[in-house]
Design a binder for this molecule. Structure first.
Ligand code: DHB
Ligand code: FE
Length: 281
């Protein structure tokens, strides 16, 4: 039987991909940031998941405002890096798990989630930067990318994203093959990339979000999309994807690691690693 062994939430700042490609991890500007991910890398080395379900958003590399699915599930064999405007990054394609991905699609539809089914999908920094940070070498996992619309309003509610996580969990729990699965939610934390409040950050909101994600995620599902944008910057609405990850975990979780740094590029950077609490169901 497949099982969810844990969940990871992380920001997906594109500038980090540039630093990664230029091998700047050990420079004074970047050392502290990259060091924050080492405990997550160690946890992954210890637990060796077979599959990563990566809940992310595309910022226009493949999915954009001309055709924007609210939710999309990748069922492909491989996911090449997309072109974000300066050519695809020099990274290999990520290996898919089409069998699990089709099972997830079928199970989601049974549970009244109706995602777009993507047989071809190029992935951008929303997917690639977390992969680089969590597995800085070759990627030892197969992936199932799940894209969420956080670009074209109306974007889904926080509660809907959390319920998507519950449905993903039901799909994994009903998959007959023996697979260890980690669920990753990317995006955020507080940031705003445009308009009068460009550069707006809120450490207060980010710390509140990290606390509640662990102990009371339902409180976070009650915050409106406008509430996320007003309290933490327009693009902070990306945090609803962390709630999908959290929905795929047990009600009670144990925190393995938490890291926070602000500012990084125009965002606050955050990372959490959760395991299902022992004895809970
Ligand atoms: C930044 C962060 C993002 O999540 C994003 O999608 C684009 C830019 C930033 O901080 O620069
Ligand atoms: Fe983003």
């Amino acid at each position: 039987m497949a099982r969810v062994i844990g969940g990871i939430g992380t920001s997906h700042i594109p500038q980090v991909g540039v630093a990664f490609d230029r091998h700047l991890q050990e420079t004074p500007e970047w050392r502290e940031f990259f060091a924050g991910y080492v405990p997550a890398q160690r946890w992954l080395e210890r637990h060796r998941p077979d599959v990563a379900i990566v809940v992310y958003n595309d910022h226009g590399a493949d999915l954009f405002i001309d055709k924007m699915p609210t939710f999309a599930v990748g069922v492909a064999d491989r996911y090449p890096p997309g072109d974000e405007g300066w050519g695809p990054r020099p990274l290999p394609a990520a290996h898919g798990d089409p069998d699990l991905a089709w099972h997830i699609v079928e199970s989601l539809v049974e549970n009244e989630f109706d995602p777009m089914i993507a047989q071809e999908l190029a992935v951008d920094h929303g997917f690639l930067v977390p992969m680089n940070l969590l597995w800085p070498g070759a990627w030892p996992v197969q992936v199932v990318p799940i894209a969420v619309n956080v670009i074209q309003h109306p974007v889904p509610t926080a509660l809907r994203c959390y319920k998507l996580g519950r449905a993903i969990r039901a799909a994994v729990d009903s998959y007959p093959l023996d697979r260890k699965v980690v669920v990753i939610g990317t995006g955020g934390m507080s940031h705003q990339l445009h308009g009068e409040r460009v550069g707006y950050l809120s450490r207060t909101f980010d710390e509140f979000f990290l606390d509640r994600l662990e102990t009371d995620p339902l409180e976070l599902t009650q915050i409106t999309r406008r509430g996320y944008m007003e309290r933490a910057g327009a693009e902070a609405v990306e945090l609803i994807m962390w709630l999908t990850m959290r929905g795929a975990l047990d009600e009670r979780v144990e925190r393995v690691h938490r890291f926070y740094m602000t500012p990084v590029s125009l965002s606050s950077a955050g990372l959490v690693v959760f395991e299902n609490a022992p004895g809970a169901s």
